[in-house]
Write a protein that binds this ligand. Structure first.
Ligand code: UDX
Length: 461
């Protein structure tokens, strides 16, 4: 099928490249000229494992193309995926200006009827407004074509987005006509039947159950995305609430959560306490969903609580740092990890950056290392020291904080790090390291909700 992608951010790029990879003809456009320039050179504006090779092989196969001519992109596809940004407005509501501009563009440029599919994360009832906008703009333009609207939310995680697109647990579509359902089923058929040559797994893909196709109405489909992301955030904030209680009751959050996760009604996923959730999705989706709830006159205290717990995570870790160092001013602190999570260079709403700001506010000096995100972090935090390696970051520091759980930090020579630090003090903001192993190496080790060693309990009390 001929597919147009409007918006080449994380969602648009992964969607476009993967749809081309399963056999569709795809043209992508974005109104960010710089991004289009990078793409035109065959490079990617984002770090996303596996995406580069998918884009390359489909550019070579001429199944995928990028154009700065938005009109050309609109005219190309029988279906159009809207993948534009819906960032939060100052009051937290989703900003739908780009959606509206896209509706205008489609009406102006289309020369044939189109199925317009929302892939961006939008509040419930946006599809209805989009339909009205398309009809209104069409009424006042030379275009006499009809546009059908559907919703198809994405559940892609940064760092595993290509896998998530090709091996999803479910595909959700919100439609109003059978024709739209048929078209979307056809688009996703290779994925629904897991019948495609996978760019990630040369020979055999992991045994994953065939994805479920969930067909519903547009409002429900839109709300499913907010509901899922907010529930994931709820699990994380609940784990952090538990961690705080464990610390005050000398219980072990790891074991508490292990026991919870063994209950299939709860499940082990997304129960890792730490510095809290960041990134461009969970925080903004909670805010947007809160607005949907408030406008509907529903009591959304639970959503406020999720956000409130998350907002205090960095402060909790700062309190531990103050406790351990007594005075932070003029002390050198190593921070390992800057991205909001591992396997991405994305620093948007990254807890690590907020942590560094608070250390700087307390007069401390920061030496930081991240495998991928330092270039982007330098724009936000130009005054700190960026290091070539975790070892360089740890040298002559009085505390080391694990802020993002990059796999490679597990495999560092911690005995060597112990020797180079002025004080062997670790604050593990992601419960990523083995507490006992660190203590056996002679580190003072503090996790999140993990038991303290007898000797340090008095120091903290
Ligand atoms: C999220 C959703 O997972 C995805 O389905 C949706 O499409 C987009 O938003 P993403 O933002 O890439 O994906 O990150 P995710 O893996 O969900 O992690 C979000 C944040 O939660 C990260 O900061 C991560 O460090 C944190 N997190 C995650 C925890 O603190 N504890 C956990 O147990 C899991």
């Amino acid at each position: 099928m001929r597919v147009s992608i409007l918006g080449c951010g994380h969602v648009g790029l992964v969607t476009g490249a993967c749809l081309a990879d399963i056999g569709h003809e795809v043209t992508c456009t974005d109104n960010d000229a710089a991004k289009m320039g990078i793409l035109a050179q065959g490079r990617l504006p984002i770090y996303e494992p596996g995406l580069g090779s998918v884009v390359d092989r489909n550019l070579r196969a001429q199944r995928l193309s990028f154009t700065s001519d938005a009109g050309e992109a609109v005219r190309f596809g029988d279906v159009i995926f809207i993948c534009v940004g819906t960032p939060p407005l100052p009051n937290g509501e989703a900003d739908l200006a780009a959606m509206d501009a896209t509706a205008k563009l489609i009406v102006t440029e289309a020369r044939t009827p189109k199925l317009v599919i929302e892939k961006s994360t939008v509040p419930a009832q946006t599809g209805q407004r989009l339909k009205q906008a398309l009809a209104t703009y069409a009424r006042h333009s030379i275009s006499k074509f009809s546009f059908r609207v559907a919703s198809n939310p994405e559940f892609l995680r940064e760092g595993t987005a290509v896998f998530d697109f090709l091996h999803p647990e479910r595909i959700v579509i919100g439609v109003e006509e059978e024709a739209a359902e048929i078209q979307l089923r056809k688009i996703y058929l290779p994925i629904l039947e897991q019948r495609f040559s996978c760019p990630l797994h040369e020979s055999t893909c992991p045994e994953t159950p065939a994805p479920v196709l969930l067909v519903t109405d547009i409002n429900s489909s839109e709300l499913i995305k907010h509901a899922c992301n907010t529930f994931l955030a709820l699990k994380i904030s609940y784990a952090n609430l538990l961690a705080d209680i464990c610390e005050k009751t000398s219980a072990n959050v790891d074991q508490v959560i292990e026991a919870m996760g063994l209950d299939s009604r709860i499940g082990p996923g997304f129960l890792r306490p730490g510095l809290g959730f960041g990134g461009f999705c969970l925080p903004k989706d909670i805010q947007a969903f809160t607005h949907v709830g408030e406008r509907a006159g529903v009591d959304v205290a639970l959503l406020h609580a999720i956000e409130g717990i998350n907002r205090r995570r960095v402060k909790c870790l700062m309190q531990k740092l103050h406790q351990a160092l007594w005075v932070v001013k003029h002390k050198s602190v190593a921070v390992l990890g800057l991205s909001f999570k591992p396997d991405t260079d994305d620093i948007r709403l990254a807890p690590a950056l907020e942590l560094i700001r608070q250390i700087l506010d307390a007069g401390g000096d920061v030496k930081a290392f991240d495998p991928q995100a330092m270039e982007k972090a330098k724009v936000e935090l130009p005054t700190i020291t960026y290091c070539e390696s975790a070892y360089q970051a740890a040298q002559e520091t009085e505390a080391l904080i694990v802020a993002t759980e990059w796999e490679e930090f597990q495999h560092l020579d911690w005995a060597l790090i112990r020797q180079t630090m002025s004080r062997p003090l670790i604050l593990d903001g992601r419960n990523f390291l083995q507490a006992d192993a660190m203590r056996a190496l002679g580190f003072e080790y503090y996790g999140v909700g993990r038991p303290l060693e007898e000797p340090t309990r008095e120091a903290i009390a």
